[in-house]
Every structure is written in structure tokens, then in C-alpha cells.
Design a protein. Structure first.
Length: 111
């Protein structure tokens, strides 16, 4: 299960970050390790969407933790993708495209 895989990473993240990571990954996430990279990137993208969409005056101090969690999830996604070296390049390219969509980078480049 993906949550178990996350909990097994070393070094162990601080408790608040570990809790945020666990909360970001659905309990129903696939137990197939091939699905870990896209699942982790989806969780990171969801956090980034929530953070970017919050007006600055409505942020309650969790933005820093959310950004750290998104960064950690992306790092773990690359780590999981690296377990299959033959697919690493394609997986990381997909990750970059998915994350670029969060900020609208694709829209800005096409205009």
C-alpha cells in the first residue's frame, strides 16, 4: 500500500509533515508499485492547486507545510519512478507536464 511505502522512507520526516503526507494520499491508493509515481504526483498537484487557489489573505499559516508536503511527494514520486530505470524518463516527463498544469505554465507558453 502506498501509505505504507511512504511510512517506510528514510530519513523519517518530522511528525507534522508525515501526517500531512499521509493525509494527502488516499487510503484507497493502489498497492501496485507502478502506480506510486502518478499517485504521488496527483497528491502533490492537489496540494499545489489548493495552495495556489487560496487568496493570500485567507492562508492560515499552513501554506509552508503544504509546499513542503508537495515537494516531498514529488521527491518520493521520482524515487519511486527510479525503481524502474527503463521508465524513469517517461515518468518524470509526465510528472513535469502534470505539475506545469498547476501553475498554468502550459497556457502561458502557448500565448
Amino acid at each position: 500500500m502506498l501509505r505504507d511505502w511512504l511510512a517506510s522512507r528514510t530519513p523519517t520526516p518530522p511528525p507534522r509533515l508525515a501526517a500531512r503526507l499521509a493525509a494527502a494520499v488516499p487510503a484507497s491508493a493502489s498497492s501496485d508499485s507502478n502506480d506510486y509515481p502518478p499517485s504521488l504526483v496527483a497528491a502533490a498537484a492537489a496540494i499545489l492547486h489548493e495552495t495556489v487557489d487560496q487568496p493570500g489573505n485567507e492562508r492560515n499559516g499552513t501554506a509552508a507545510l503544504d509546499l513542503l508536503a508537495a515537494d516531498a511527494l514529488i521527491t518520493y514520486a521520482v524515487e519511486a519512478a527510479a525503481e524502474d530505470c527503463e521508465k524513469l524518463a517517461a515518468l518524470t516527463d509526465e510528472m513535469i507536464l502534470r505539475l506545469a498544469a498547476v501553475t498554468g505554465a502550459e497556457r502561458r507558453e502557448s500565448t
